[in-house]
Design a protein around this ligand. Structure first.
Ligand SMILES: Cc1ncc(C[n+]2csc(CCOP(=O)(O)OP(=O)(O)O)c2C)c(N)n1
Ligand code: SF4
Length: 242
């Protein structure tokens, strides 16, 4: 019988620290599969973020650097400019990429850096206790919006992908989701596209991944997937944005 599912070489055979039902493990696997399929493991450099994925380098079997507190794209820019033959990507949550690192994100995109960005949107700061993030939905309860996000007080959910898509330096933006096997396959295709764009020197590519955080959504893993499908993707529509 043909073996069709196996651990990618780019993923270490170790248990992760993620909560049951968390999307980070799935997203890590998709990145690893794409790196294997493109045959770029020996020249890939990943930049791990602040947030729950801070130790992503413990799970990926290729070179990684750590750039906490939103600075991943500044570090990625430096590495790519000094070593343009490397394939450099950042892996960042919404607190990292769209709050503490907004500045780095916008300017790296605007410079059209030839980088790939995997942007994990789970609408909260997972690592530090489920605080409200820029992407938190209106009405969504978090540890810092216990009665739900209110537009008058907290503003609207920030649509970072749509904002970046208007910049001429940005080559590709797509929003995908992990809420079903079909969507996971589409997410993998988008991540592969972002890496291929870099290989072809097309400029800045970003894939936003809607990802469950059952722990701080106060839901079961199954309910979290349904919530992405029924609620979250209304605010963050899936598909290619640029
Ligand atoms: C007000 C504030 N600014 C900055 C930080 C630093 N910080 C630690 S974790 C984190 C982000 C975590 O959330 P996210 O990037 O969405 O990743 P997740 O843990 O959800 O995967 C930030 C910004 C903080 N804890 N609080
Ligand atoms: S807190 Fe949320 S994002 Fe962090 S590991 Fe747990 S489920 Fe994943």
């Amino acid at each position: 019988m043909e073996k069709t599912f196996f651990r990618p070489e780019s993923l270490y055979d170790v248990p992760t620290h993620y909560c049951p039902g968390c999307g980070h493990g799935t997203a890590h696997r998709l990145v690893a599969q794409v790196v294997d399929e493109l045959g770029i493991r020996e020249k890939t450099v990943g930049i791990a973020p602040v947030g729950c994925a801070v130790v992503a380098y413990d799970y990926w079997n290729f070179d990684c650097s750590e750039a906490p507190h939103g600075r991943a794209l500044a570090v990625a820019t430096a590495i790519k400019r000094v070593h343009p033959q490397n394939i450099v990507f950042t892996y960042q949550g919404d607190g990292d990429l769209a709050a503490i690192g907004t500045n780095e994100t916008i300017h790296a995109a605007n410079r059209g850096e030839n980088l790939s960005v995997i942007f994990i949107n789970n609408t909260v700061y997972g690592m530090t206790g489920g605080q409200m993030a820029p992407t938190t939905l209106l009405g969504q309860k978090t540890s810092t919006s216990i009665e739900g996000r209110v537009k008058e007080k907290h503003g609207y959910p920030l649509k970072i992908s749509e904002m970046l898509a208007i910049l001429p330096g940005v080559a590709y933006v797509e929003r995908v989701s992990l809420h079903s096997p079909q969507e996971v396959l589409k997410a993998k295709r988008a991540i592969k596209q972002a890496f291929e764009n870099q290989i072809n020197n097309l400029g800045f590519s970003l894939v936003e991944v809607l990802s469950p955080c059952p722990t701080y959504w106060g839901q079961s893993p199954k309910e979290s997937l349904d919530w992405i499908r029924d609620v979250m993707q209304k605010e963050f529509p899936l598909g290619r944005i640029k």
